[in-house]
Ligand binder design. Structure first.
Ligand code: GLY
Ligand code: MN
Ligand code: MN
Length: 488
């Protein structure tokens, strides 16, 4: 396995990577100054996450998966596909959360194979095996160093083979397999543009399998792995805490800059710049900076409006750090003080959140925090004269209070009972778009307050507790002298 990677310059990576080698610049160069036909230099590879868990953490996760894998079963975990954005430009690559959780491999083109009874490779019987594209000097000259099988073996302490060997090895292993699990297909569905039909990848893959190994049953998803991901281990909690600390600092930077007249985009740029400045990979989801009535649009991301005096700004943001998400929302008055109506709505949401947080305890139903938040909001809005019937609350609170949080911002996990190790978001909100069936003085107010909560053995810890959320704390942090409208 320990080859000199420089001898492999003729190996091409998987075909889907080739378009990523932009033709634009080459097209501008006369042939004589283009790249030499055979690039031989491989840039040195350094693992990009200095703070990632050690290989033993991934190893123990894989071993736990193997304990759940029945006899004659095979589990495949594929890397995410690179996604074309437009022309020949790709979105920044983000690894599949499943593969990241089990290996720490950041590369596209990788496949993890776990086998209950083991597969024969040379003299060895292996229960876990990684496939990775060989290193490719031409590709790496454009896109930077990639982890190849040799680097994976050294850095992740996991047996790895070139991806080019995957197909033949899979076919030979299928002969000894009854059930093949694919945790998630990298592209589960394709919409055909003419007919509008959805082409499910699973059906196509079943067909492929039937032609080669008719006895093998294909299953998508592996519930024990989703349960494992829901209960965060200490390595994950450390990374989530870091993502939250970065996000909290970034919010404080945003507040230092906030004043009437500022563009939503400026606040967004400050936040996202602060994420990167603190070592985050970027954002865990598109940042929401929504001023005035935009706050009533739940996933408003265009950030193209100037904040007007006396308006609220709703900021829902989260850094991604080593793959892990934070998810925090704060709503604040740009001029430093809530108006009477804004304050009434804000305090209703705050009480709903307090009530939901009190229901975050191990053993309680997963949806109890939501039910608690809902009933507070029903009561408060009825008192304020905004609700005619309690069920009308869905008009002003159209989403759930909680979701799992982890590698995905809406992470996988069971939603029956809260258990120690779960990390959940708690995010009640009220949104009163203009034209709502209530007094006009409420129109255009949107408030959400969101915190991230670790369920512990005895209760819960609010991981984002350093970010102020009470009315007096928010007004006090905004009460600096630079609150006058911004001059341009
Ligand atoms: N930012 C997405 C959410 O709060 O669920
Ligand atoms: Mn959020
Ligand atoms: Mn959320």
């Amino acid at each position: 396995m320990h080859r000199d990677p420089c001898r492999h310059f003729l190996n091409r990576g998987p075909l889907h990577l080739l378009p990523a080698i932009s033709s634009i610049v080459l097209a501008l160069l006369p042939p004589a100054v283009g790249l030499p036909a055979k690039a031989e230099w491989l840039p040195p590879y350094e693992y990009p996450y200095s703070d990632a868990p050690p290989p033993s953490v991934y190893q123990s996760r894989r071993h736990r998966v193997l304990q759940h894998l029945g006899p004659r079963s095979l589990l495949l975990v594929f890397a995410a596909d690179p996604r074309l954005r437009n022309g020949d430009v790709y979105y920044p690559y983000r690894q599949s959360s499943w593969l990241w959780y089990l290996t720490g491999v950041p590369e596209p083109g990788a496949v993890l194979l776990l086998s209950s009874q083991g597969i024969t490779v040379g003299e060895q019987r292996l229960r876990e095996l990684l496939f990775l594209p060989d290193r490719n000097p031409t590709l790496e000259r454009w896109e930077g160093p990639r982890m190849g099988p040799t680097e994976a073996e050294r850095l992740l302490q996991l047996r790895a083979l070139p991806r080019s060997q995957f197909d033949s090895l899979l076919l030979s292993v299928l002969a000894e397999t009854d059930t093949l699990y694919i945790v998630a297909l990298p592209t589960p569905m394709m919409r055909l543009p003419l007919s509008g039909r959805l082409l499910p990848a699973e059906r196509e893959e079943k067909e492929w399998l039937r032609e080669r190994s008719p006895r093998v049953v294909l299953r998508q998803g592996f519930p024990p792995l989703a349960r494992m991901r829901a209960k965060k281990d200490s390595a994950e909690i450390r990374l989530i805490r870091r993502a939250i600390a970065i996000t909290a600092n970034a919010l404080h930077q945003l507040w230092r800059q906030a004043r009437p007249g500022i563009g939503e985009w400026e606040l967004l740029a400050t936040l996202e710049g602060a994420f990167r400045n603190q070592g985050a990979d970027g954002t865990a989801f598109p940042t929401i900076v929504a001023s005035g009535p935009n706050a009533c649009i739940l996933h408003y991301t265009s950030a193209r409006r100037r904040v007007q005096e006396n308006e609220l700004v709703l900021v829902d943001c989260g850094a991604e750090y080593a793959g892990y998400a934070a998810d925090i929302t704060r709503t604040f008055p740009i001029s430093g003080r809530f108006t009477t109506e804004q304050r009434a709505i804000y305090e209703a949401v705050l009480e709903a959140q307090d009530s939901a947080l009190a229901a975050c305890r191990p053993g309680l139903p997963f949806w109890l925090p939501h039910q608690r938040a809902l009933s507070v909001l029903q009561r408060r809005l009825t008192e304020l004269g905004l609700l005619k019937a309690p069920d009308d609350i869905r008009q002003y609170f159209p989403h759930a209070t909680s979701h799992h949080l982890g590698l995905d911002v809406h992470d996988v996990g069971p939603t029956d009972t809260l258990r120690p190790g779960f990390v959940i978001a708690v995010e009640p909100g009220l949104y009163i778009p203009p034209g709502s069936p209530c007094d006009q003085r409420w129109w255009g107010i949107g408030v959400r307050i969101e915190d991230d909560v670790l369920i512990t053995e005895t209760g819960a810890e609010v991981l984002s507790a350093t970010v102020p959320r009470r009315v007096e704390d928010i007004e006090s942090l905004l009460s600096r002298p630079i609150r006058s409208p911004q001059r341009r």
